[in-house]
Design a protein around this ligand. Structure first.
Ligand SMILES: Cc1cc2nc3c(=O)[nH]c(=O)nc-3n(C[C@H](O)[C@H](O)[C@H](O)COP(=O)(O)O)c2cc1C
Length: 166
């Protein structure tokens, strides 16, 4: 099983979180690939890419609750070229700042909404990091990700064994 971390970022924090996860969670899953969202489109979720893979959206929020610039093409292509993504299992790390009360972590939440609209299935809750607390997103993000990966792998295993017994 492979974990693909898709990173949306403006000033690299989300990339640092992804790198910390890649180093810290290597014992839980065979392979962890980090992909900056630059130049990605909905084909990143095609069945041949998603086979034997879990996705983790790891993105910040900018402007007035927008996805970062490097994530825009991917986000927009999910609306412009909609395709059924029922084969996709994913989690979300949403970086934000509660000072932006009305749009807290909207970048990650927007990806979550769009993926759900296309039939993709989220495992666990969206995890939000609040930069105004001064806590380290790398440390908290890896702790969350270890728990999430354990849950995700269990969920996939249960689904696979119920398919073989059906
Ligand atoms: C100009 C600007 C606008 C922002 N807008 C929002 C926002 O609307 N909602 C939110 O939750 N966080 C917002 N943030 C906070 C960032 O999402 C947060 O600091 C994040 O950790 C940055 O991650 P990055 O370095 O990966 O881009 C904003 C930050 C800046 C500098």
């Amino acid at each position: 099983m492979k974990l693909k971390i898709l990173v949306g970022t403006m000033t690299s924090t989300a990339d640092y979180v992804a790198q910390a996860i890649q180093m810290d969670c290597a014992d839980l899953i065979d392979d962890i690939e980090i992909m900056l969202m630059d130049n990605l489109d909905i084909s990143a979720f095609h069945a041949n890419q998603a086979e034997n893979a879990l996705y983790l959206i790891c993105t910040s929020t900018y402007g007035q609750g927008d996805v970062p610039d490097n994530a825009r093409a991917l986000y927009e292509s999910m609306a412009a070229q909609p395709q059924f993504l029922g084969h996709v299992r994913y989690g979300v790390i949403a970086l934000g700042d509660r000072t932006y009360l009305q749009t807290f972590c909207f970048g990650g939440k927007k990806f979550d909404e769009r993926l759900q609209d296309l039939g993709a299935r989220r495992i666990g809750e969206v995890w939000c990091h609040d930069a105004s607390t001064g806590t380290m997103p790398e440390t908290e993000g890896t702790e969350w990700c270890r728990q999430w990966l354990t849950l995700a792998l269990q969920t996939l295993q249960t689904a696979a064994s119920s398919q073989t017994t059906a």
